[in-house]
Every structure is written in structure tokens, then in C-alpha cells.
Design a protein around this ligand. Structure first.
Ligand code: GDP
Length: 199
């Protein structure tokens, strides 16, 4: 999709605050610093639209970006801060649980992992949950970010390490390697999103 128009429409912590436009939604999720804002900005051709790395302790909200009046990108706050309190973690789980498991217009989830490392425990738990029966076959795209930081000859190895650790389910999950530096993978990620919009 050629993107000209993006609006940050709203932040939500509960279902009554979600948009009512009835447009398809694509959620983006990953641990803090994995490159989620960079991926979002690459997809929408902006340098700094999505804010980078929110700070631990800051209010964690779902942020809805309306793209070309056709689809919402839903920025799910980064997980994996060791230091957040138990109650903050529980609030986060309720918020994303309500959204990801129940939202009817949610057409797919892009889960980001770092191409350089084996997925973390939280990455694995998140993937297991996203691909569980509870989610009813929700399409997931695993995007391995920061691919420019590893030699191209190691991309296959990175992919197999990630898939093995996640116990990757080919039935409902796709995989793409990506770099916001070089834009590698941008078209494929867009193709995946556009296909989900038609599902
Ligand atoms: P977020 O917390 O997941 O939104 O992560 P950001 O998008 O803010 O990225 C975190 C850091 O990683 C920033 O310093 C980015 O410049 C850097 N980064 C993100 N994506 C890439 C990438 O594809 N390649 C490289 N080399 N750096 C990246």
C-alpha cells in the first residue's frame, strides 16, 4: 500500500475506548526496544511518527493509527520490562488479553523478535498464547527485526533458531526477516497485511 495519510486516532486502555469505525485492525507486539516503532514508521514511510520506546512506568496504552482510512495499526505496548510492578503487569495482561482475544475486527498480529538472538522467555510465552486454540486461528506474522545487524549468510540460521524456540506453527504463522535500516522485507510485510485486510 502506498501510504500518504496516517492519523494517530486514539489511545485506549479498555474496550469502550476502541475505535468504532469497523475497519480491519492489525496489532503489532514485541518486547521493548525490538524495533516496533521503527517497523511501523517504515511501513507508513515516516521517519518518526510512531513514538520510539516508551519508558517503563509510563501509562501503557493501546495506540490506534489509522492508515489511509483503510486499516488500523494497533501498537500494543512493549512487554518484558523486568522492573514493572506486579499490578502493572497484571493490568497489562488484562488490557492486551481483552483486546487480542476478543476484538472482532482484529485480522492479524505481527509479533516482532530480534533476528540476532534466540527469542526470550516472554517472546515464547506471547507466541504460544497468540497461536493457542484460545485465539481461534488468528493469523500471526513473526517478523525478525534488525536483520542488517547480522550477515546475510546467517539469516537462515536465525530463522531456524527462532522457529525452533517458538515451536513455530506453519498453519497459522508466517515468518519474515526485516530491517528498518535497509527496508528489507517491507513489501512482504505489507502484502501480508493487505491479505489479512481481505480475510
Ligand atoms: P521499540 O521500542 O520496539 O519501538 O523499538 P524502536 O523502534 O524504538 O527501536 C529500538 C532501537 O533499535 C532504536 O535505536 C532503533 O534505531 C534500533 N532499530 C530498530 N530497528 C532497527 C533495524 O532494523 N536495524 C537497526 N540497525 N537498528 C534498528
Amino acid at each position: 500500500m502506498e501510504v500518504h495519510n496516517v492519523e494517530m486516532v486514539m489511545s485506549a486502555v479498555r474496550p469502550s475506548q476502541y475505535p468504532t469505525d469497523n475497519l480491519p485492525e492489525i496489532a503489532l507486539i514485541g518486547r521493548s526496544n525490538v524495533g516496533k516503532s521503527s517497523l511501523t514508521n517504515t511501513l507508513i514511510n515516516r521517519k518518526a511518527f510512531a513514538r520510539t520506546s516508551s519508558q517503563p512506568g509510563k501509562t501503557q496504552t493501546l495506540n490506534f493509527y489509522k492508515v489511509e482510512d483503510q486499516v488500523f495499526f494497533v501498537d500494543v505496548p512493549g512487554y518484558g520490562y523486568a522492573k514493572v510492578s506486579k499490578s502493572a503487569r497484571e493490568q497489562f495482561q488484562v488490557m492486551i488479553g481483552e483486546y487480542l482475544a476478543k476484538r472482532e475486527v482484529l485480522k492479524g498480529v505481527i509479533q516482532l523478535v530480534d533476528a540476532r538472538h534466540a527469542p526470550s522467555k516472554e517472546d515464547i510465552e506471547m507466541y504460544q498464547w497468540l497461536s493457542s486454540d484460545e485465539m481461534g486461528g488468528l493469523p500471526v506474522l513473526v517478523v525478525a527485526t534488525k536483520a542488517d545487524k547480522i550477515a546475510r549468510g546467517r539469516w537462515n540460521k536465525s530463522e531456524s533458531t527462532i522457529k525452533k524456540a517458538l515451536q513455530f506453527k506453519d498453519q497459522t504463522t508466517d515468518f519474515e526477516i526485516f530491517s528498518s535500516e535497509t527496508k528489507y522485507g517491507k513489501d512482504i510485510v505489507w502484502e501480508w497485511i493487505e491479505a489479512r485486510m481481505l480475510d
